[in-house]
Design a protein around this ligand. Structure first.
Ligand code: AMP
Ligand code: MG
Length: 430
């Protein structure tokens, strides 16, 4: 039987030097990528409602945008051939073209029309002299100084934004504000998008308490429930919050089953570290095929990945570690890309900046490290990065204070002050 774990093992064995006790991040990402398929259900949404959703079809422009040559400036439309680089020319003003109200007369040689930004260029005119570069006199005469503009200046060409028949937006695009505007410029009112990916998530651990409950000795409040909620919601998933599950086989099995029946993907936190993996592994093995990895990374070493089934429904599963920073790092560097792939999104890799570090960073070659950083501009106006201090995988404050992640590659050794490091910025402008 071609089971998913058999397939995971097969995918893993294709990788040279694959070591399940210290699987390099890039290899784990590659295995996950090779195992997932995008959802195919499509829905049509009104333009505004499509913000942040994944486009399910290519959008081909049915019109030229702009539909006509038009003026890029307020000024005067004229014949480029009338211009003289050596001496001023005098032209007769024969009318005005407004945006939305074209000038329909003829503009002969030696003539011009006043024109507003966005107004259609009169047929015979090919250039616009901006208002501030010319002198209009009361008797409908205009003087264009020598060399004021080049022939052809300040004319926007028909179709220069989008040509009829060209692909305006490609399937898989996550729609951003500019895309809504672009679709509106084509007159598109409804947009085909993939249905939202349904993701169920829960926290595991006897020591976890929910907000509002008393904090018994040795217990902690369940913070992963909130970070996971935030990360999944920001990614554009429909979240199904299954709360806290005790370290008890029957409850874990029941919760995994209901998650599987309700969702396309399941994200759990906790219960995959060495001490607990055996018991989680047994339950997951009953429900499907899940690989438990030890990754060559910090934080976030244990990770479970696979697919489980219940009552004819199946869902892909990410078993993330329990430590609050580890869960976030594992989400961003494993689950995020995988979920985007399932959402049908063509998401390019996150851009990396190369920035000098303010101080040395301890680092061992042979694992990828994700240190929380603060990117800032120094007195000389240069960007530099420093780490947020204590980098323990339980120190959630480090994520909250950081504005970027310093990514130290697998092979990288010790980092000296002033060395350039890779940085992924948390927040984008759009
Ligand atoms: P585990 O991966 O289950 O061994 O958990 C590792 C550490 O993370 C333990 O100290 C847990 O108490 C802590 N932890 C696990 N889940 C959560 C959670 N949902 N919120 C806060 N801390 C957690
Ligand atoms: Mg636990």
């Amino acid at each position: 039987m071609n089971t998913p774990s058999a397939r995971i093992a097969e995918a893993a064995s294709c990788l040279s030097g694959h070591d399940p006790e210290a699987l390099p991040v890039a290899q784990a990402q590659q295995i996950i990528r090779s195992m997932l398929a995008p959802i195919d259900a499509v829905e049509k949404l009104a333009l505004r409602a499509a913000l942040g959703r994944v486009l399910a079809r290519d959008i081909v422009s049915s019109i030229d945008v702009p539909a006509h040559d038009n003026s890029a400036m307020d000024g005067y439309a004229l014949h480029g051939a009338d211009l003289d680089a050596e001496c001023a020319v005098a032209l007769k003003i024969v009318g005005t073209a407004f945006a939305g109200r074209p000038f329909n007369g003829l503009v002969g040689r030696g003539e011009c029309v006043g024109i507003m930004t966005g107004a259609i260029m009169p047929d015979t005119c090919d250039s616009v002299a901006p208002q501030e570069l010319v002198q209009a006199t009361g008797d409908m005469r205009l003087t264009v100084p020598a060399g004021a503009i080049q022939p052809g200046a300040n004319r926007r060409l028909r179709g220069e934004d989008l040509q009829s028949g060209s692909t305006a937006l490609a399937r898989g695009k996550i729609l951003r504000p500019a895309d809504l505007g672009l679709l509106a410029s084509l007159g598109v009112a409804e947009v085909p998008v993939y249905r939202k990916l349904r993701v169920a998530f829960f926290s595991t651990g006897d020591e976890l308490r929910s907000i509002g409950e008393p904090l018994d000795p040795g217990c902690v409040y369940d913070s992963n429930r909130y970070t996971l909620y935030g990360m999944l919601t920001r990614l554009g998933c429909e979240v199904i919050d299954l709360g806290v599950v005790k370290d008890d086989p029957a409850t874990l099995e029941a919760t995994l089953r209901s998650a599987c029946e309700a969702a396309d993907a399941i994200v759990t936190s906790g219960g995959v570290s060495v001490g607990e993996a055996d018991y989680t592994r047994q339950i997951m093995a009953q429900l499907g095929e899940v690989a438990f990895w030890k990754l060559a990374m910090r934080p976030g070493r244990p990770l479970a990945f696979g697919r489980i089934a219940s009552n004819g429904h199946s869902a892909c599963l990410f078993g993330l570690p329990g430590n609050p920073v580890a869960v976030m790092v594992s989400f961003y560097f494993f689950a995020r890309e995988a979920l985007l792939q399932m959402m049908g999104a063509e998401a390019p890799p996150l851009p990396l900046l190369r920035v000098p570090t303010q101080s040395a960073i301890r680092k061992k070659a042979g694992r990828t490290e994700y240190q929380r950083g603060i990117l800032a501009v120094d007195e000389q106006g240069r960007q530099t990065v420093r780490t947020t201090g204590a980098q323990g995988s339980g120190v959630l404050r480090s994520m909250s204070e950081a504005n970027c992640m310093v990514v130290l590659a697998h092979e990288q050794g010790e980092v000296e002050a002033g060395d350039e490091v890779d940085v992924i910025v948390f927040d984008g402008l759009i």
